[in-house]
Design a protein around this ligand. Structure first.
Ligand code: NAD
Length: 253
């Protein structure tokens, strides 16, 4: 059966990333898929892959989530395409830096906030009106265990602060739009094996981090993708403003 709903995932270009794996799970769950990534060719590759693997319509578009006009043009391209309406939004685009507090300059502080926080704001602001018009929407924001336990994985204090801001945004927006059929939740992954650390997390440091994880292994992208896909589904209409941990027990609240 042809999909009747589209899931839009930001930052799903990265080959080994959480976003790309999430688009696969969403496609398997019957969604058409829209991919926005600053790397437009990578976004197109993800779209081609999910169509090839799952036979669903998919579109990859270049977009810088920190730039309102870029986001507007990309979402317009999705809306004007043959994809069905966007029913689920996954704000996954994110960056991190391992810098210690006193070494973070303002440019790096701003960049980490612009991608992780302002990006989530801008894409949500552009996609939400359509969801409200249709009286239905699922929004999932990628936070991090770093927001909950004050770093201790890889990112610096700017990353922890930005991902904590994502939790505040998730909760406040959930309150605002709940009456109109849109639920908003956050997912907080622990250490997941992707390229976000740029290969900088290796050796003893990685081994020590893994040794402290109760389930005894690194997280995989499919661990996160399965949870995000569940939160994009119809069954979660009474779940909103919540944070879902997927960290192998590395943070048990
Ligand atoms: P990744 O680096 O593999 O992928 C991030 C993607 O975001 C890339 O495709 C990149 O091109 C895109 N991107 C970066 N800046 C962008 C911008 N300005 N506009 C549009 N796209 C942009 O990262 P990942 O590990 O898959 O992380 C995905 C999300 O999960 C991020 O929000 C990250 O903070 C969060 N997260 C990851 C981990 C982990 O251990 N990997 C843990 C906790 C949270």
């Amino acid at each position: 059966m042809a999909p009747t709903r589209t899931a839009l995932v930001t930052g799903a270009g990265s080959e080994r990333g959480i976003g790309r794996e999430t688009t696969r799970h969403l496609a398997a769950a019957g969604f058409a898929v829209a991919v926005l990534d600053i790397d437009g060719e990578a976004a197109e590759r993800t779209a081609a892959l999910v169509t090839e693997e799952h036979g669903v319509p998919a579109l990859g578009v270049a977009a810088d989530v920190t730039d309102a006009s870029s986001v507007d043009a990309a979402v317009r391209a999705v809306e004007e395409s043959s994809l069905p309406p966007v029913a689920a939004l996954v704000n996954n685009a994110g960056i991190t830096r391992p810098t210690r507090f006193l070494d973070i300059d303002e440019a790096e502080w701003d960049l980490v906030f612009r991608v992780n926080v302002t990006g989530t704001y801008l894409v949500t602001k552009r996609v939400l009106p359509g969801m409200l018009d249709r009286g239905y929407g699922r929004i999932v924001n990628l936070s991090s265990v770093s927001a909950e336990r004050g770093g201790g994985v890889f990112g610096g204090s700017h990353y922890s602060a930005a991902k904590a801001a994502v939790l505040g945004l998730t909760r406040a927006l959930a309150r605002e739009v709940g009456p109109q059929g849109v639920v908003v939740n956050a997912v907080a992954p622990g250490l997941i094996d992707t390229d976000i650390t740029g290969g900088a997390l290796t050796g003893d440091r990685k081994e020590k981090l893994v040794a402290d994880i109760p389930v005894g292994r690194n997280g995989r992208t499919d661990d996160v993708a399965a949870l995000v896909t569940f939160l994009c589904g119809e069954a979660v209409g009474y779940v909103t403003g919540a944070t879902f941990d997927v960290n192998g027990g590395s943070h048990i609240a």
